[in-house]
Each structure stands twice: as C-alpha cells, then as structure tokens.
Design a protein around this ligand. Structure first.
Ligand SMILES: [Zn+2]
Length: 182
C-alpha cells in the first residue's frame, strides 16, 4: 500500500494522469503524440496494413510499431492476422477508436482554417451522403442546410491530396529495399 501511495505521489509530481479527473489529461495519455494522430487518421480512412500505414504516416517502423501497441493496449484498435508466412497483421478501429473520428474532424477543421494559406486546396472533401452537398467546417451541409455527422458524412481526398498520397507510394516503391514493406 505504501508503494502504491509513493507511486501515486510520483505520478502527480511528474505530471502523471493516474490521479486526475481531467479527461484531456487522460485521453492525451493515449493519443497525445503526432504519430498516433496520423495513424488514427490513416486507420479512419480504412488503411489497415503496416506497410501502407508506414508510407502514409511517414513514421519509422519502430515508431509505428510502438504507437500501434499503445493504441491496442488502449482499446482503440484490434489486430488480426491476414498472412501467416511471413506473419502480417491488419489493424482496425474498435468502437472506442471510431469514437475518435469527430476529434480528427475537429483537427481537420482547425488545421484547414488556421494552419494553411489562403488558396491552398482542401485535403479531404466531405459531403453529405443524403444530398451530395459539401459539408462545411461547422458540420452544416451547403445544399440542404442540415447539421450532419457520423455515417451521413462521406470523405474523399481532393485531386491534389490524392496525388500527394499516391506520390508517397511511388516514392516508397522506387526506393531500394522498398519492397520489404510490401
Ligand atoms: Zn445535405
């Protein structure tokens, strides 16, 4: 018991989150770094395999592996074998992981408005599945005027962003040893 208390005091002193009610502190324990966020972005696009996640997140294999482990331990993703020899896994978002998508959309809206220069094209174009209208950063459909979210949102890369992503794949497959991740 004394050990637990000592450990608890240490956590608080070092900014640990074990003894705080703050949900931001607790959630950033799992999703508080750049590579994790980029990984969740890719998983939300349906990218499920290590090699593709690596190419699009731009991380090293070691960085990616440690983030995948943390997300799995945090209950945001599941891992399933899709190939036995050599052993390969697919990663999918769980309900807890999918519940992070609105956070990604909020980051998208903030980044598009505050971290890009005027005239730069959107990365992802989000439309309302019901009427095809484009959905603004406030979640309102430009055509029907409804506030839309969840399964009603369709996301697709703009032509420029699709090209950027394709170039990453091309660059990787051109590199000597690039096949190692295929
Ligand atoms: Zn609409």
């Amino acid at each position: 018991m004394a050990d637990v208390n000592r450990q608890g005091s240490l956590d608080v002193a070092q900014g640990g989150v074990d003894h705080t009610l703050c949900p931001i502190s607790r959630s950033t324990q799992i999703v508080g770094d750049r590579w994790t966020i980029l990984l969740l972005r890719e998983l939300s696009f349906g990218n499920a395999r290590f090699d593709q996640l690596l190419i699009q997140a731009g991380a090293t294999p070691q960085m990616l592996a440690s983030r995948l482990k943390r997300l799995e331990a945090g209950g945001l993703i599941t891992r399933k074998v899709y190939q036995a020899r050599p052993l390969r896994h697919e990663y999918r978002l769980t309900a807890k992981g999918r519940a992070f998508v609105p956070v990604l959309l909020a980051l998208r809206a903030w980044g598009e408005q505050w971290c890009k220069t005027r005239g730069e094209p959107l990365a992802m174009v989000i439309t309302h599945s019901g009427c095809g209208g484009e959905v603004g950063f406030d979640g309102v459909c430009a055509v029907c005027g409804r506030q839309v979210g969840g399964a009603e949102l369709l996301a697709a890369p703009s032509p420029q962003y699709a090209e950027e992503r394709l170039n990453r794949v091309r660059a990787k497959t051109r590199q000597p040893g690039g096949e190692a991740y295929q």
